[in-house]
Design a protein around this ligand. Structure first.
Ligand SMILES: Cc1cc2nc3c(=O)[nH]c(=O)nc-3n(C[C@H](O)[C@H](O)[C@H](O)COP(=O)(O)OP(=O)(O)OC[C@H]3O[C@@H](n4cnc5c(N)ncnc54)[C@H](O)[C@@H]3O)c2cc1C
Length: 417
């Protein structure tokens, strides 16, 4: 079933009777070439690119809940490629290029909106760091522009420029950055994978990983045992728990990140804006709600909800930057479980068990990585070779200390990245 303007018109005129389910509700088979544990953005995109790029279609995605019910449907949807360090910058650059062709590729409206992201700076030192980052981004081949206060006042008239504590000195803009509709990304990849023959199996929790003589043989699930030649763990916040089923202890802590949405307002914020002096960022959804968030709650947890002190902290940061926000009513808030690594950068690698692969550690930045991660992970699973843009996302960097990518410069503390 292809989507097009003509199709929408035809269905509208004929009672919308011709639409089909977006994916098959598959029953698990006894055995697959590849089993992917986790039906989030990364699991689904890996399945899609395995089928599309490598012709591997005897694949099952096992999801313990429903597709899109994890972080892929709980995030604030910022998509950008403005990373500083080698390793990260080429990966996110590749991912953004995939985003730019994604709707055509999937024949699905993921509402990708390149509205621009602006990171504000508030001191001379932060300006130097922004210029350095901007140069690194441009060297990578992506776009970055330095904005003066006059530019900002024209583009973001609603900010408080005159506050004494955190005066705004300027901003770094990436015009190609923006947002997308989170669950549509999951649905688009699910549909694309299912059309190519991948089995998407919901309400199927993996409870064990079968290993014999150091080689993976399959998985145990709440819907029975399934054999597999290769198994990929792609479960975001649950990475440590699932890896433990294979006897692995990962360098990952799970932390909660909260987000907030206000009542719908008329269009007032045209960009994604990040506060440089507090952890606060904001954009406006297509329905009009202001979508914003801040820091992690400062304790490890598997609860998909946060605590009030962080709510207060985020609201204070929002009021400092943009006092008018105080008039908006918050309608909803929620939390997601973040798989935080010690250096804040991800892992796409083989494990010590033959045939067992790991894609994890996306921290709070994994939505923008969905296309790139799926592409690189599919390449690794299909060929047993690392895909160039993700070649530095090695698991053993945490054992050897070589090749760490500490983008934030905060050191080896999970909750600070
Ligand atoms: C509040 C918030 C804001 C965020 N904002 C941004 C942002 O603006 N930009 C950005 O780039 N990133 C952002 N992120 C991060 C991003 O959402 C995540 O990094 C990314 O979605 C994680 O990958 P995923 O989509 O595969 O995860 P998920 O959607 O969580 O997928 C993992 C899946 O694995 C399943 N699973 C777990 N255990 C098992 C099991 N035993 N058996 C079977 N299935 C299992 C889960 O049910 C889940 O569906 C944010 C996250 C949160 C919570």
């Amino acid at each position: 079933m292809r989507f097009s303007g003509l199709r929408v018109l035809k269905e509208g005129l004929t009672g919308n009777k011709g639409w089909q389910a977006h994916w098959r509700d598959a029953t698990p088979k006894d055995a697959y070439d590849v089993v992917i544990i986790g039906g989030g953005g990364h699991g689904l995109s890996t399945a899609y690119y395995l089928a599309k790029e490598h012709g591997i279609t005897n694949v099952a995605v096992l999801e313990k809940g429903y597709l899109g019910g994890g972080n892929v449907g709980r995030n604030t949807t910022i998509v950008r490629a403005n990373y500083f360090l080698p390793g990260n910058s080429e990966f996110y650059s590749h991912s953004l290029k995939l985003w730019e062709g994604l709707e055509e590729d999937l024949n699905y409206n993921v509402m990708h909106s390149q509205r621009g992201q602006i990171g504000l700076f508030h001191s001379d030192a932060q300006r130097d760091a922004a210029i350095r980052r901007g140069n690194a981004i441009r060297n990578q081949g992506d776009d970055a522009e330095l904005l003066s206060v006059a530019d900002l006042k024209r583009m973001l008239p609603y900010l408080d420029y005159d506050q004494a504590r955190f005066p705004i000195y300027g901003g770094l803009l990436q015009r190609r950055a923006g947002t997308a509709r989170h669950d549509a990304v999951a649905w688009g990849y699910a549909r694309g994978a299912s059309e190519r023959g991948v089995d998407l199996i919901q309400n199927c929790e993996v409870t064990g990983i079968d290993i014999e003589g150091g080689v993976v043989k399959g998985v145990e699930t709440t819907r029975g045992a399934i054999k597999a030649k290769k198994v990929a763990i792609i479960v975001a916040g649950r990475s440590s728990q699932v890896a433990q089923m294979a006897g692995m202890r990962l360098p990952i802590e799970s932390h909660v990140l909260q987000a907030f949405v206000t009542e719908g307002l008329k269009p007032c914020i045209d960009h994604v804006v990040s506060f440089g002096m507090g952890h606060f960022y904001i954009s406006q959804s297509d329905k009009g709600g202001l979508v914003f968030g801040g820091d992690l709650d400062f304790y490890a947890s598997y609860a998909a909800r946060g605590n009030l002190p962080m709510v207060e902290h985020v609201m204070e940061a929002g009021m400092t930057l943009m006092p008018a926000i105080g008039k908006a009513k918050v309608l909803r808030s929620w939390g997601g479980i973040m798989d935080m690594t010690p250096d804040g950068s991800p892992i796409i690698d083989k494990t010590g068990v033959e045939g067992l692969y790991l894609d994890a550690g996306w921290c709070y930045g994994g939505f923008k990585a969905v296309p790139g991660s799926g592409f690189s992970m599919a390449h690794l699973v299909a060929t047993d070779r690392h895909h160039d843009p993700a070649a530095r996302f090695r698991l053993d960097r945490f054992r050897t200390g070589r090749g760490l990518m500490d983008e934030e410069g905060t050191g080896m503390q999970h909750n600070l990245h």
